[in-house]
Design a binder for this molecule. Structure first.
Ligand SMILES: [Zn+2]
Length: 399
């Protein structure tokens, strides 16, 4: 019998950390691959600017406190304005533009994973003239400017890791000429609202503690629905934020449903009547059913996300009953306040609290590109809830 000798060959192993590399140009959002950035986590923005409404000149510096989460030779910031200088720590860093909203920063020496980093970007530009993705959210008005947008708006006034998944604290100081006022979001303890001038985008947006409302929302007088909508976002969207843009229904479906709850509360029509009106008004062939709110595609702000999103919330309420439903909503905010969350976590919470398997319900309402079939058929209600009339007429449907 022969024995085979096997030689063990010693292979020299060099133990060292991973090779420093360029941070990713995006945070990993499948819908918006180059939004946000990889390789670091921001804790604080200190934004100190000067603005001249007459010339639309915005200048100053933003100092970012962050921590490297990888060994980095360079990293990106999201920003469209013209940059004058970048410091990392107290040393000048290289910087170059890539595409229209990526600023690639190369520090004098690589950053180690876990290392705190201070990045100071000095800049001056006219934001209304700078395009990112083909547009600007910076609208000039006769006496100033308004910047608002979703999912983009930071690019036009401060460099950032622009994605809801990287939350940070802010200090903002803007110097303006006498007679001009600066209004920006405040901490959650404060609350207010701002009707934008006619030259600003005519939309409403849930800016933290200071939602903005296009003047057209109040053309016919008081409009509590838009106020309810934007203020409900203070919990659903702002306090609890998306981890990825695909889950936008967690913001808009819930804010729309808050409108339905308001309607129920003031006697304008119950949430069930809202649901029944929509379900019977939009036939099987309607486009509403081809866009699943749990995976709407880009752009994410579409009517389907709002309407079918709210219908999804209502179906959950019907399935689990009011007691469990409102417990789910309160727990959702309590468990994720000031953090980020996704649809899978919401479904898990709803199943935990209700003790029900809700997989089929959410599959049908969030992800199937067809009109969901109801166990109990509904008919158009005797009256169409008042706040739905504009929605139906916008869709070319008369109740
Ligand atoms: Zn909304």
């Amino acid at each position: 019998m022969r024995r085979t000798a096997m030689a063990l060959v010693a292979v020299p192993v060099i133990l060292s950390g991973p090779v420093p590399h360029a941070g990713a140009a995006g945070v990993g959002d499948t819908y918006y691959p180059d939004y946000g950035n990889g390789g670091y986590d921001v804790s604080h923005y200190d934004i100190r600017l000067r603005y001249q409404p007459a010339t639309d000149e915005l200048s100053g510096a933003t100092t970012i406190l962050a921590r490297a989460t990888e060994d980095l030779t360079s990293f990106d910031l999201d920003f469209v304005l013209d940059v004058q200088s970048v410091l990392v720590g107290d040393r000048p860093a290289g910087f170059a533009r890539q595409g229209d909203h990526e600023l690639v920063v190369t520090p004098a020496r690589p950053l180690r994973r876990g290392e705190p980093m201070t990045v100071r970007v000095t800049y001056a530009d006219t934001p209304s003239t700078r395009l990112g993705e083909g547009f600007t959210v910076w609208a000039r008005t006769p006496d100033g400017a308004v910047a608002m947008g979703e999912p983009e708006s930071a690019w036009w006034w401060f460099p950032s890791n622009d994605h809801p998944s990287d939350k940070a604290l802010f200090d903002v100081a803007v110097a303006v000429p006498d007679g001009v006022e600066v209004i920006s979001p405040y901490p959650f303890e404060a609350q207010g609202g701002l009707v934008t001038p006619p030259d600003a985008p005519p939309t409403a947006l849930e800016n933290q503690t200071r939602p903005t409302y296009g003047a057209r929302y109040f053309q016919r007088g008081a409009n509590p629905y838009v106020v309810v909508h934007e203020n409900s976002h203070q919990w659903f969207g702002d306090a609890v934020s998306l981890r990825r843009w695909q889950d936008i229904w967690l913001n808009e479906g819930f804010a729309m449903y808050a409108e339905w709850l308001w309607s129920e509360h003031v006697g304008d029509g119950t949430a069930q009547e809202m649901f029944d009106s929509l379900y019977s008004a939009f036939g099987e062939d309607d486009e509403l059913w081809t866009v699943p709110p749990g995976d709407p595609g880009v752009p994410v702000i579409t009517p389907e996300v709002y309407l079918r999103g709210a219908m999804t919330v209502h179906q959950l309420r019907v399935a689990v009953g009011d007691a469990a439903f409102f417990r789910i909503l309160r727990s959702w905010v309590a468990e994720h306040r000031y953090g980020n969350a996704d649809t899978a976590q919401f479904i898990a919470l709803a199943e935990r609290i209700s003790g029900r398997d809700l997989g089929a319900l959410f599959q049908a309402w969030l992800y199937a590109p067809v009109k969901p079939v109801l166990d109990t058929p509904v008919a158009a209600p005797a009256r169409t809830p008042r706040s739905l009339l504009p929605v139906l007429s916008a869709a070319g449907l008369q109740p």
